[in-house]
Design a protein around this ligand. Structure first.
Ligand SMILES: *Cc1c(COP(=O)(O)O)cnc(C)c1O
Length: 377
């Protein structure tokens, strides 16, 4: 490999993201899927993930091969019956819309409460919708909507849903491991996330913490074999093994990543580093003259959406290339309301990396001859 290929990449993206050298090194050996050491890693991961959400007594951990979306689709299609259930989807970005698409394809009965991409759902409106429509059995919410980086009010949502005696399913993909989720404090039938976001593992598997009652009392509603999470949990509980070929290297890497997560101080420690990264980034971008898409109090410490400057000298593709040459990877925008780009604060990224990023952006602006940034909207 050339030095360029081995150079540390700083991925300021919403995942996959920068991982530690020790997590990558874990993948240098092969594991047999029936090997007792591998079975122990799987068991350790399942109990560690439950522990992170204070859910050991109440939930079971289902692991599933694939990217995060596979875990979302598996959870929804396992838990929701096409006719007997009715899900209210809270949408304010692309991941909420993806959940809607999953429901459409699986023909799961659903309705939508959509707000603008810079606006969390109004808890009173949610309450009224649940009171008005007794047909609704579930609410599906996205914790941090990574499209913009907005933090949706999980506790308030969970309280209203529980108060109205409905079930809550949460896509916590980009928050799990960095923002507190305590399933003794809030009630949720499922919390869904993946290995390669705030847990800093590598991509290739997701998981769902499923309420034990849902696992033991419910007949699976799955319409596919490979995404049937109840079958996966039952098989893992019984044999300690995955039903089908596990992503062994990914599993081993997640085991190591969870050790490092604990060594950093668990959810609190990880969340603190990300919050520091985010604050430095937000302050630095504002100092450079950029305007940010979200109000500060809505910003989750995960990813920052930057309004595209209107100065004609500003060229995002050029900025992207100049940064890439320095091993720093930015991310295009995803909000539909206006042109933007994104800079993530998660992964093995530290304040010095953010300082370096801000310095490189400043130099790139100079090179592009951008001078009127402060006039951006
Ligand atoms: C990353 C992410 C997902 C899953 O995306 P994949 O590309 O399938 O890994 C789902 N929801 C949210 C909120 C995410 O940030």
């Amino acid at each position: 490999m050339t030095s360029k290929e081995t150079q540390r990449q700083i991925l300021l993206t919403p995942g996959p993201l920068t991982t530690s050298a020790s997590v990558k090194e874990t993948m240098l050996r092969d594991w047999g899927s029936r090997d007792s050491a591998f079975i122990a890693i799987t068991a350790g991961i399942r109990s560690h993930l439950l522990d992170l959400a204070n859910a050991t007594d109440t939930h079971s951990c289902a692991l599933v091969q694939g990217s995060g979306t596979f875990a979302v689709e598996a959870s929804l299609t396992t838990l929701l019956h096409r006719k007997n259930h009715h899900a209210l989807l809270l949408i304010n970005g692309a991941y909420g819309r993806r959940i809607q698409k999953i429901c459409e394809i699986a023909e799961i009965k659903h309705s939508v409460y959509e707000t603008a991409e810079d606006t969390p759902p109004d808890i009173n409106v949610l309450h009224a919708k649940l009171q008005d429509d007794s047909d609704i059995t579930h609410v599906v919410a996205v914790h941090c909507e990574t499209t913009s980086g907005i933090l949706n009010p999980l506790t308030a949502i969970a309280d209203v849903v529980a108060g109205e005696n409905r079930k809550l399913i949460v896509d916590a993909m980009s928050s799990f491991g960095a923002l507190p989720i305590d399933l003794k404090m809030i009630s949720a039938q499922a919390i869904i996330a993946s290995a390669n976001k705030c847990l800093e593992g590598v991509p290739g598997m997701g998981f769902a913490l499923l309420e034990k009652a849902a696992v033991s009392n419910t007949k699976s509603n799955a319409s596919t074999l490979s995404l049937d999470l109840l079958d996966q949990v039952e098989y893992m509980d019984r044999t300690g093994q995955w039903r089908f070929t596990p992503p062994t290297h990914v599993v081993a890497a997640l085991g190591k990543a969870l050790e490092e997560h604990a060594a950093e101080g668990g959810v609190a420690g990880r969340g603190k580093r990300y919050a520091n990264n985010c604050q430095l980034l937000v302050d630095g971008l504002k100092t450079l003259g950029f305007s940010l898409f979200l109000d500060d109090q809505l910003q989750a410490p995960i990813i920052v959406t930057v309004r595209m400057p209107t100065d004609p000298a500003f060229d995002f593709d050029k900025l992207y290339r100049l940064m890439n040459d320095e091993g720093i990877v930015l991310y295009p925008g995803a909000v539909t309301q206006e042109k933007s780009f994104r800079i993530g604060c998660i992964g093995q990224v530290f304040p010095a990396d953010i300082e370096r990023t801000l310095g490189a952006i400043g130099r790139a602006l100079g090179e592009m001859g951008v001078s009127e940034l402060e006039l951006a909207p």
